[in-house]
Design a protein around this ligand. Structure first.
Ligand code: NDP
Length: 246
């Protein structure tokens, strides 16, 4: 499939996990893809090699999403390296679990900087490059809409912020032919939420399908929203959670 042939994408936080899967899927569909990472330079290089394996241009950019200047710079670097930008995927995210009373100021600041401020800043920077047909897809979470157990209050709040951000920005940039959507994963087997982790049994119990999802499930949803078939979809959420929120 080459529905993204000629498109240029930036996926944040794509050295591992869901972001790496998204980067591979976009390249498989024909896009040139830049990725950002915080620490995992070797893993990022492997993702670039996979992108190039599909015959596309790949680019790895070190940029801490908690650093506002680095976020802005990474968008411009991606556009410069790829000769423009058509698709931004705000994927980088962190989790800080535990009772609210025990969360430190550092935890709270990190959650807000990486999960909320970075997608806002990256989208702002990307809008200087995106033209008609442009796409912004952000990765939220099913727990941005439903909080079924304690200990994830601040994380859930950080993901809920992306709901109104998506709706509002879709209204702002719709006239330019740019769409803005949110993909809300449920439990997906990654380093952040391993299917053999301590919480796995409890989490799986909330899903209708009785299992974890795969990185590829989220990548397919993002590739769809980034593609031409989704041109009339904007300001909405695609929840890919195995029925967790049903
Ligand atoms: P992982 O922890 O497995 O991977 C995180 C990725 O983001 C890595 O590539 C990491 O880079 C990068 N990253 C983390 N912090 C930063 C930072 N400060 N600056 C730049 N890059 C950073 O996470 P997942 O793949 O599981 O999660 C991806 C997204 O999906 C997140 O937004 C998460 O909240 C969301 N999500 C995940 C779910 C799940 O069950 N897995 C469920 C719902 C939502 P590096 O390798 O350099 O550290």
């Amino acid at each position: 499939m080459t529905q993204l042939l000629g498109k240029r994408a930036l996926v944040t936080g794509a050295s591992r996990g869901i972001g790496a899967g998204i980067a591979r899927a976009l390249a498989q569909q024909g896009a040139d893809v830049a990725i950002t990472y915080e620490r995992s330079a070797e893993r990022a290089a492997e993702v670039v090699a996979a992108i190039e394996g599909f015959g596309r241009r790949g680019l790895a950019i070190q940029a801490d999403s908690a650093d506002a200047a680095a976020v802005r710079r990474s968008v411009d670097q991606a556009a410069e390296g790829l000769g423009g930008l058509d698709i931004l995927v705000n994927n980088a995210g962190i989790a800080r679990m535990g009772a609210l009373e025990e969360l430190t100021l550092e935890d709270l600041d990190a959650l807000l900087a990486v999960n909320v401020r970075a997608p806002v800043l990256a989208s702002q920077a990307a809008l200087r490059h995106l033209g008609a047909g442009g796409r912004i897809v952000t990765i939220g979470s099913n727990v941005g809409e439903r909080v079924p157990f304690p200990g994830i209050t601040a994380y859930s709040m950080s993901k809920s912020a992306l709901n109104s951000f998506t709706r509002g920005l879709a209204r702002e940039v719709g006239p330019k032919g740019i769409t803005v959507n949110l993909v809300q994963p449920g439990p997906i087997d990654t380093d952040m939420n391993p299917a053999d982790g301590a919480l796995a049994d409890a989490v799986v119990g909330f899903t209708a399908l009785g299992r974890y999802g795969r990185v590829e499930d989220i990548a397919a949803a993002v590739a769809f929203l980034a593609g031409p078939a989704a041109g009339n979809i904007t300001g909405t959420f695609l929840t890919v959670d195995g029925g967790f929120n049903a």
